[in-house]
Design a protein around this ligand. Structure first.
Ligand code: FES
Length: 111
């Protein structure tokens, strides 16, 4: 899927928030607002498929899974703390007025 979809509104994502949304093709997305910047990663933890949006966005810019505590960098998707080893996908985000649009996977440089 290459187009951008309107999946939330800016008002749904105050600073520090996580929000689970679903694309038209069924892909589960975890939106976040880290220090005023809204972004998107996959919502399915790569350890045991818990919803990342049920976790916590930490002050260091990682999203912590609520089940076993794996952490992922919210910008790169990189797994920073086990038990997860594989990264989360990262998606392009565009803000148009009050609308949060999610696009195709982002190019992420290897850390
Ligand atoms: S399911 Fe996320 S850390 Fe286990």
């Amino acid at each position: 899927m290459s187009e951008f979809e309107h999946l939330a509104d800016v008002a749904d994502l105050p600073d520090g928030a996580l929000l689970g949304v679903t694309r038209a093709d069924g892909t589960e997305i975890c939106l976040f607002n880290f220090r005023g910047t809204i972004g998107a990663v996959g919502n399915i933890c790569t350890h045991a498929e818990f919803y990342m949006s049920d976790g916590t966005l930490r002050n260091d810019g990682t999203v912590e899974c609520a089940w076993h505590g794996a952490r992922f960098d919210c910008q790169s998707g990189r797994a920073c703390r086990g038990p997860a080893e594989d990264p989360l996908p990262v998606y392009q985000v565009r803000i148009e007025g009050t609308r949060v649009l999610v696009g195709p996977p982002a190019e992420v440089k290897a850390a």
